[in-house]
Design a binder for this molecule. Structure first.
Ligand SMILES: [Zn+2]
Length: 196
């Protein structure tokens, strides 16, 4: 379905893609129950205090509400998020770019489950670096930026040592969601721009 589309695909669309795929892969009832659990459980019990941003597992991202940003494979919501991103690009220049924008439930589920697997299924540890699927602000307007050429290090504290970050911090209209010691219980994320 393409890397860009995977960012915005809904759960029902994903199920359909699987159903009509060559090997007609479908989830087992145990897998579906696990997916539902991960979406609907209450993560504050293990120290994640962010707000629930998506209510239903099958909620959809309206394609009229978003816009693809050329050469990034990512989308931003129209309105304040898009305006903020374009202004940021204009003020800082071509070395800053969108590393992750709009994320559907499916995309966030994938990121969260990959992280969960890498930390031996420790929910508390996983949620310090990736919000559980129903709790990401990427579903409602926030986005991540990085410095061109920094690659995966854009999602580490190395981004905080770039001149792009220094400039970004000086811009009055830019707010950081996950500051050092934030009350959500999420690690420091200098690359994550708070819009909503
Ligand atoms: Zn982010």
């Amino acid at each position: 379905m393409g890397y860009g589309n995977f960012n915005i695909i809904s759960f029902d669309e994903a199920i359909n893609v699987l159903r009509y795929s060559k090997d007609q892969t479908i989830f087992t009832s145990d897998e579906l129950a696990f997916i539902e659990y991960i979406f609907y459980y209450e993560p504050s019990y293990h120290g994640f205090y962010g707000e629930r941003t998506t209510i239903n597992l099958s909620s959809k991202i309206n394609k009229n509400d978003i816009e693809k940003i050329p050469y990034t494979g990512h989308y931003v919501f129209k309105g304040k998020p898009k305006e903020t991103y374009l202004k940021l690009k204009k003020d800082i220049g071509p070395t800053i770019y969108l590393t992750s924008g709009v994320r559907s439930v499916v995309k966030q589920m994938r990121l969260f489950l990959d992280k969960l697997k890498s930390v031996d299924m420790n929910l508390s540890m996983a949620s310090r670096s990736i919000a559980p699927p129903a709790f990401t602000y990427h579903s409602v307007g926030d986005f991540d930026v990085g410095k061109k050429g920094l690659g995966a290090d854009n999602f580490t504290e190395r981004f905080a040592h770039t001149s792009e970050f220094t400039e970004m911090k000086s811009l009055k209209y830019i707010d950081m969601r996950y500051t050092i010691g934030n009350k959500d219980g999420v690690r420091y994320e200098p690359w994550h721009v708070k819009v909503i």
